[in-house]
Design a protein around this ligand. Sequence first.
Ligand code: KG4
Ligand code: ZN
Length: 338
Amino acid sequence: MKDNKFLTMAIESSCDETSVALLTEGRNVLSNVISSQIKVHQAFGGVVPEIASRHHLDNINTVLKQALDEADARLDDVDLIGVTYGPGLVGALLIGLATAKAISFSKKIPLVGVHHIQGHISANYIEHKDLKPPFMALVVSGGHTNIVDVKGYNEYEVLGRTRDDAVGEAFDKVARVLGLGYPGGPLIDKISKKGNPHSVEFKRVYLEKDSLDFSFSGTKTGVLNYLNSQKLKGEEIDTAGVAASFQLAVIEVIVNKAIYAAEKMRKNKLVLAGGVAANSLLRDMLNKECKRKGIELFCPSPVLCTDNAAMIGCAAYYKYKEGMVDDLTLDAYPNLPL
Ligand code: KG4
Ligand code: ZN
């Protein structure tokens, strides 16, 4: 297929999705194959790291071949390899990394390691072809909750982070105690549509004045305490009402802090990223607030919200364009800072 377009191949394996993508010119996706292990981990109510690594190992070559076939490309056509090198589960990261390094070495293709969160933010460049920094980013996923001042393609300042649970993690834990299943985020989102979000007033945690940090464990514990007290009193639990009330308590804080950050830093663009970006209440509330404040809101489509390799390829492309290249000593960092 090789024409003169710059072809990036990317690999993502930081958690429970094995994904390989091919993109031209950094933003045009030719293929983005995602093999999800959700069904495997469902029985355990969460991701089991050792099992995740084994499944990545089983899947990676098939996913890679499918991505090349769908893009009508060969390894010899590839100009750049991007790979997630952190943060994430170390055993899972190593499978993608070893694959990327082997291809880079054998085919003499430049290698670029990508921070997973930089990938999530970059999903928006794929979705919105004219988007470019500077902007404010709200990153909400199973592992992260960050407000990031994006000053350039490779220049980030984290203004706020969670001090305990990530928002997706809190959704998953509350869904578990409500008996909804795993992963809990989409299930809470769905059942909340049938519940009254004001049936229980759970705590909104804003921390110190002007703080852009988050804390969700208090709200999560509030749900646990409420459920226990209802049980002790022998009263029935309105699952949809509790789910909707929890969701509103958490999303309200996230929306208010993101808008506050954009206004404070005089940014007229707000970019949403990460798995929880698929949440319908978050999207609705952000949409309304951004319109009211004259801020332009950018959201990726659902397939680009969850973990995928296309977003990693896009981030790798912009790192490469600014001369950031790695060598075969590139390692996996489970707690890599942005
Ligand atoms: O970005 P992601 O795929 O993986 C990480 O990098 O962590 O995010 C997965 C998280 C899970 O916690 C999942 O429950 C949550 O995103 N999630 C949602 C929704 N869809 C996925 N949370 C709330 N509402 C949703 N619609
Ligand atoms: Zn992610």
